[in-house]
Design a protein around this ligand. Structure first.
Ligand code: PGA
Length: 250
């Protein structure tokens, strides 16, 4: 009932020619995939050329962040309607790197989600605990407040559009993946909390796992009941790796 979503977060990688070359290669490789939604999130500068290149294909494009105001004196920021204008239909919000290095909080995450939704963008909202929080046994408390405070005050209709990504911070870019059981436990918890907030909407909500997902571990993760896809950094940068991720079930 929940269609899987395989998302690539390119982070601060690839020039425009590099980004365009990769999607040119990838779109042919995955042209026959219908049972998985595919999303790539390049840097801002590459959004427009990449979105042009994938027009008519099964690849969706998203930004890695946005600002909540529509326009004005906000040097360096990019507004939601500018992101749709560049050809995006998704946007990543609250990635742990943004929380860690750029001062994002559950409050800014919430503003960004609302701005994204009102511009017709689908937000991919990231939550996840640090290593210290896991060791201190506060994982569920942290995740619960990220979900309750970050994704609050939406209509049911809006809440149904949100994609959530569980990314344990200790597993991002470290080569350490949460075991499928560890991930499933948190995914089921997120669905329960989201269900307390928005009722039956939660059953249809896609919850992605992120943190060192690669071709060798994707199918074990995807077998878990509450894991509906991946948010992939490192392994999304090469066409053949990302192809293998998109075709995890084959
Ligand atoms: P990784 O990054 O796959 O390189 O661990 C995932 C992410 O941060 O979205």
């Amino acid at each position: 009932m929940r269609k899987p979503l395989m998302a690539g977060n390119w982070k601060m990688n690839k020039t425009i020619p590099e980004a365009v070359a990769m999607v040119k290669e990838l779109k042919g490789k995955i042209a026959d995939v219908k049972d998985v939604d595919v999303l790539l999130c390049p840097v801002f500068t590459a959004l427009y050329p990449v979105a042009n290149e994938v027009k008519g294909s099964n690849i969706n494009i998203g930004a890695q962040d946005l600002f909540w105001e529509a326009k004005g004196a906000f040097t360096g920021e990019v507004a939601p309607n500018m992101i749709t204008d560049a050809g995006c239909s998704f946007v990543i919000i609250g990635h742990s790197e943004r929380r860690q290095y750029f001062g994002e909080t559950n409050e800014t995450v919430n503003k960004k989600i609302k701005a994204a939704l009102s511009s017709g963008l689908i937000p991919v909202v990231c939550v996840g605990e640090t290593l210290k929080e896991r060791e201190d046994n506060v994982t569920f408390k942290v995740i619960e407040s990220q979900v309750r405070e970050g994704i609050k005050d939406l209509s049911k209709e809006e809440a149904a559009k949100v994609v959530i990504a569980y990314e344990p911070v200790w597993a991002i870019g470290t080569g350490k993946t949460a075991t499928p059981d560890q991930a499933q436990e948190v995914h089921a918890f997120i669905r329960k909390v989201y269900g307390e907030m928005y009722g039956d909407v939660a059953e249809g909500t896609r919850i992605l796992y992120g943190g060192s997902v690669k071709p060798s571990n994707v199918s074990e993760l995807m077998k878990k009941e509450d894991i509906d896809g991946g948010l992939v950094g490192g392994a999304s940068l090469k066409a053949e790796d990302f192809e293998a991720l998109v075709k995890y079930g084959k």
